[in-house]
Design a protein around this ligand. Structure first.
Ligand code: ADP
Ligand code: ZN
Length: 761
């Protein structure tokens, strides 16, 4: 082979752009799955090599600009997951790649492997040799410790020293021996300062050993450094139910387990005990949480239990941190990875357990392309890894619940709360009565006002929830009946009194409120529907001495302001918290004993078959915020429809009852979990164009066994001047997959598909 220049063959390349795969000339034997850089028109683009093109276009082909990876960096099972997800969700593998690997993370071709640089093999076209190295590296990343070296050196962080595994030379000095021994005792790697201290030698010894190739230094970004000292592990003795759950999860085999238990029933302790077993067996743990805000106290618990073995990844990290994190995973430098949605695609190898906490949360589903659902992909990943997955929740999604009822998932339940923790009392206030008595609409009915007053007097905290920000939801003209709407979107503008603006919550358009109706000129404009800003104002008038804090998207726009507010509340510097549903989750306010929901029906009015389920979940969740070990909690739900199942079952805190009442409706109407859905959305400059695209698509459909609804106007028919139409397909997962296979969408076309949609707006 030496001497002959490597030959180039037509190769398909997928770009992370809305384009079909393109064909370039690439080195023969270039494995599928390596990243490449190509010229696209006059700019450079990242792409993914997909193997030779059996029928290349006749046009003259361009060569690749650069091959970026010596071999595919992602673990083979993760690549299988990408392939599956791309087919299932109708996206490209190249769209998924950035979710697994930061684009800026580039291997070092000058890395030395047995005296030969990787670039040497590349220049000879020996891709097979590189592929073998890649396979060896996937088995043990310590074999190619310098692969991402250069990138690593850049970031700030800690220097880790590890044994390279090179055979011991016959002669080492006593100082060198001490250092090697200390490293061996630490399991092969240690932070530099700790190592030097443990061995009692100077840095020059380390330098010599590095030069001789016995150890290697790696820079690593350590996100948990500040947390290291935090907290000692509080080992708990599991109660019988927890122990039963723990023993029911068979390790080393695929199985889906649904762990149901109210907040505080001890689910996390079960995950921790499982993780402990899995880590002890030498495998790794992938742990998904729905929101960044929820990771803080969890991380403390994880760090305390598994010091130094935890890594974390989420969207809030800056590029450098993300980088360090992924590098740790690529080098098997972390055994437990915690993260939000995209973490399901993290390059973690040899997974022995996946945990998905709060599995019902909508945030697991991406609402932009690629529209993957991390909960569902996690199940697929567990199947590929042949390991158990535990989905946990107090109020499981009806999809998971039904799967547990039919035996596809294994149901595990925790019914007791640990001693001392009591459930809050829940009361309903019928707003119709309040209206009759006051003869006008009231924001706080007398029972809620009384409870607020009492709670304040006791020096405890209250939380008021209203899922609508702004002062008034919209303005209407009493003379002509029209609402003041956004000129770009088909929704009304919301009044924000603090800024004196009418604002569109979809596109951000804003205007100074007019004196008179822009349509008829009458000066009879009236605001309708209170928002959090108005609730806050009323509270200040009613309780002038109280410390009131409003938390919603308007007051938390600055980075860190939400955290600051929550901290103040946790520290007891707030008497009344008012806000949107961002307050419903996860945080523990030690003195919070009263939760008031201003309008429990609010979520029921949206046209979405999951409206009941979401309302039930929200009310149950927010109720869980009230009360702690020593303080009895109280929840007040204000409603106009006390008999609605979502409200009456939330009152009883009865998930099973709710599920049993809701599932027959779903079945009757042919909705999930009994039927799968694919939502085809079209967006265009005119409604006709959007409708036309979907009609043409509908005409072409040739898959049997589907129910097709539409094209219909989307619930919000226009956003940012784009007209929106929907076509909803109902059928089996298989049939909907068949539609994707037989009728692929043009990547840059008007239509986009959303499989298993959660949002219909
Ligand atoms: P969940 O995840 O269901 O909300 P956690 O596992 O966080 O519940 O448990 C709530 C609290 O109760 C935690 O402080 C936890 O340490 C404690 N706890 C859970 N199980 C036990 C147990 N068996 N013995 C003592 N404390 C427990
Ligand atoms: Zn708008």
């Amino acid at each position: 082979m030496s001497g002959t220049p490597p030959s180039l063959v037509p190769t398909r390349v997928q770009l992370n752009r809305p384009l079909p795969p393109l064909t370039y000339l690439a080195p023969e034997d270039l494995p599928a799955g390596v990243r490449v850089r190509v010229k696209l028109r006059n700019s450079l683009a990242f792409g993914l090599a997909m193997g030779p093109d059996p029928s290349p276009p006749a046009a003259k082909l361009r060569p690749l600009e650069l091959v970026l990876d010596p071999f595919p960096l992602l673990p083979p099972k993760l690549r299988e997951l990408h392939t599956f997800a791309a087919r299932y969700y109708g996206c490209l593998e190249a769209n998924l790649l950035p979710l697994s690997l930061p684009q800026a993370l580039l291997p070092n071709w000058e890395a030395d492997e047995d005296g030969q640089r990787l670039s040497f093999h590349r220049d000879r076209g020996a891709w097979g040799v590189l592929a073998d190295l890649g396979e060896a590296w996937h088995r043990d990343p310590a074999l190619l410790p310098t692969l991402l070296h250069r990138a690593l050196r850049r970031g700030a962080g800690f220097t880790e020293v590890r044994l390279t595994g090179a055979p011991h030379p016959p002669r080492v000095t006593p100082a060198q021996a001490k250092l090697l021994l200390a490293l061996e005792e630490a399991g092969g790697s240690l932070m530099e300062p700790e190592l030097l201290e443990a061995a009692g030698v100077g840095a020059s010894v380390l330098n010599t050993l590095e030069k001789r190739g016995l150890v290697t230094r790696m820079k690593r970004v350590d996100l948990l450094a500040q947390r290291r000292e935090a907290g000692t592990d509080r080992t708990v003795v599991l109660n019988d139910e927890q122990q039963t759950a723990l023993d029911a999860v068979a390790l080393g085999a695929f199985g889906v387990h649904l762990l149901q238990g109210v907040t505080g029933s001890g689910k996390t302790e079960v995950y921790l005990a499982l993780a402990e077993r899995v880590l002890a067996a030498g495998r790794r743990v992938l742990w998904l949480v729905p929101e960044i805000g929820l990771t803080g106290s969890l991380l403390d618990r994880l760090e305390a239990r598994f010091p130094g073995r935890v890594a974390v990844g989420h969207a809030g990290l800056n590029a450098g941190e993300k980088h360090g994190d992924v590098v740790r995973l690529l080098f098997n430098g972390a055994d437990l990875f915690v993260g939000v949605r995209n973490a399901v695609l993290a390059p973690l190898r040899d997974i022995g357990l996946i945990v998905v906490d709060e599995e019902q949360e909508g945030s697991y589903k991406s609402e932009e392309h690629p529209r993957v659902n991390a909960r569902d992909l996690a199940i697929k990943r567990a199947q590929l890894e042949d390991c158990p997955i535990v989905l946990g929740s107090a109020t499981p999604s009806l999809e998971s619940w039904q799967a547990a009822q039919t035996g596809r998932y294994h149901l595990l339940r925790l019914t007791q709360r640990p001693a001392g923790i009591t459930l809050p009392t829940v009361e309903i206030v019928d707003l119709r009565d309040a209206y009759r008595q006051a003869r006008r609409k009231v924001i706080f009915a007398p029972p809620l006002l009384k409870a607020l007053t009492e709670t304040l007097a006791r020096g405890e905290q209250s939380l008021l929830l209203l899922n609508r920000r702004g002062y008034e939801n919209f303005w209407m003209c009493r003379a002509c009946g029209k609402n003041l709407g956004c000129p770009h979107c088909a929704i009304s503008l919301t009044y924000h009194r603090g800024d004196f603006r009418l604002r569109c919550h979809l596109c951000g358009h804003e205007t100074v409120p007019p004196e008179a109706c822009p349509d008829c000129g009458a000066e009879h404009l009236r605001g309708v529907g209170e928002g959090t800003e108005q609730v806050e104002e009323h509270l200040r008038q009613l309780f002038p001495a109280a410390r009131i804090l409003r938390l919603d998207r308007d007051t938390t726009r600055r980075r860190g302001s939400l955290e600051a507010g929550l901290l103040a509340a946790e520290a007891g510097h707030v008497d009344i918290l008012v806000g949107t549903q961002m307050l419903a989750k996860g945080h523990t306010f030690p003195r919070l004993t009263l939760v008031g929901v201003i309008n429990a029906d609010q979520g029921l009015k949206v046209a979405d078959f999951r409206a009941s389920e979401r309302t039930f979940q929200l009310l149950t969740q927010v109720a869980g915020r009230a009360g702690r070990a020593d303080l009895q909690g109280r929840v007040i739900l204000q409603t106009y429809s006390p008999d609605h199942p979502a409200i009456s079952f939330a009152l009883a805190q009865d998930f099973e009852g709710f599920a049993a009442s809701e599932l027959p409706f779903r079945q009757g109407l042919g909705y999930p979990p009994f039927t799968a859905l694919s939502l085809y959305r079209a967006e265009a400059d005119t409604p006709q164009e959007a409708r036309g695209a979907l009609e043409a698509f509908r005409q072409r459909l040739s898959v049997p066994g589907l129910r097709i609804l539409g094209p219909l106007e989307a619930p919000v028919p226009r956003i940012k001047d784009r007209w929106r139409m929907h076509l909803l397909l109902k059928g089996s997962r298989g049939a909907l997959g068949e539609v994707l296979a037989r009728h692929p969408l043009e990547p840059a076309g008007l239509i986009h598909v959303d499989r298993d949609p959660l949002q219909f707006g």
